[in-house]
Design a protein around this ligand. Sequence first.
Ligand code: ZN
Length: 214
Amino acid sequence: MARTDILRLIAGFRKFRDKYFANEHPLYTRLTTGAGQAPKTLIIACSDSRVDPAIITSASPGELFVVRNVANLVPPYETGGRFHGVSAAIEFAVVNLAVENVIVLGHRQCGGIRALMINQATQPNGFVEQWVRIAQEARNRVLSKFSHESEDNICRHAELESIIESLHNLKTFPFVQAAIESRGLLVLGIYFDLELGQLCEYDETLGHFKNIEL
Ligand SMILES: [Zn+2]
């Protein structure tokens, strides 16, 4: 069964190769020569298989610099500890690639946020449980306002609130703050409702999410 899955992926790669490598002026020739990649947007998205940023935005190779993790969380800036994969990706995108936009992309039915809110982490004291604690303050804010609502609604509120927390954490990185001030780096929070097929954007001035009209 697993081998069948791999064969399907290889067939998919064949299609990809035909699209991007077989034309007279293939995109990859441009992307692999000269300056190389120059994506304008960093997207911080969830690892969830339903929210691939390139698929849901119909992006081409070279357009998006993507970092994905459980629950699309941005940790606060800190120099302690040893391994900072998300922070390294943010630094590379903002400092080295000088992206113009950073998007935190949250989504409906997020298992990581459910683990945060309902304490249903698969492994007690495991990596997921520890990781999602980044959004502990978002959890507290949601429970203080919506604890009387259904589990599903509480999770939805937390999916949104944790995006706001990540936007806040993003701005604790000195090089992100510097890029906002010196060159107008745009930092956005977007929510993909995969039940309705809609996107919402966080309006910092109004303090809430609003639908993106298509
Ligand atoms: Zn998720």
